[in-house]
Design a protein. Structure first.
Length: 212
């Protein structure tokens, strides 16, 4: 048996050691710390399981007494939020994203005019960049826990960005005879959104590289 002591983030160091040593199995234990706060911040064992290159038969630790749970309450097998709590978390993110989109549309119409759907364009472009950054960092490291990533992407960015409004506003421009503006909206939204998403992913990779 060999003992190793390392400095750094516990999840990153365990995963790094597993990759360096070519481990085929990890034995992990967890105390089941949960609730909304614990689920949002992430569970260490759950993060290791997601990033480690090998399998892990999780076993609940018995060093501390388990927290009492309400009967009939459903929880994920690896700790964290229950399905209902995760749904509520995503719904909260969606509500915040929708409110932010509404405010953006109002301010854009006031500052730039209502002749062109600037608000929808702004939220779609910004959302494409943000989701690229968050997904790249969240899926490759433990800096953004899974539940926070869902809150930001499926929740906030899902509420912030809008393909349906883009489609309706483009058709409205066409019906008004503003074909030039309609095609600008289509080309700019699709081309620049894709470009900004690529840029967001590249930014996430760059941040991870600079972090070391």
């Amino acid at each position: 048996m060999e003992t190793a002591v390392r400095r750094g983030h516990e999840v990153e160091e365990i995963v790094r050691m597993a990759k360096e040593g070519g481990f085929r199995l990890l034995i992990l234990g967890y105390h089941g710390h949960g609730g909304i706060v614990g689920g949002i911040m992430g569970v260490t064992a759950q993060s290791i399981a997601r990033l480690a290159p090998c399998s892990w038969p999780n076993r609940r630790a018995h060093a501390l007494p388990a927290r009492p749970r309400a009967s009939g309450r459903i929880r994920s097998r690896k700790g964290g939020l229950s399905p209902v709590e995760r749904l509520l978390l995503i719904a909260l993110g969606g509500a915040l994203g929708t409110a932010l989109r509404y405010l953006t549309s109002i301010l854009a119409a006031r500052w730039f005019g209502a002749e062109f759907p600037y608000g929808t364009l702004i939220v779609n472009l910004s959302g494409a960049f943000v989701i690229g950054v968050v997904q790249q960092i969240g899926t490759q490291t433990v800096l953004i826990p899974d539940n926070v990533r869902l809150f930001l992407t499926t929740g906030m960015m899902g509420g912030l960005t809008t393909y349906s409004a883009f489609s309706y506003e483009t058709v409205q421009l066409m019906e008004l005879g503003s074909w030039h503006q309609a095609w600008i909206n289509v080309v700019v939204t699709t081309t620049i959104c894709l470009s900004l998403c690529f840029l967001g992913i590249a930014t996430g990779r760059l941040l991870l590289t600079l972090r070391g």
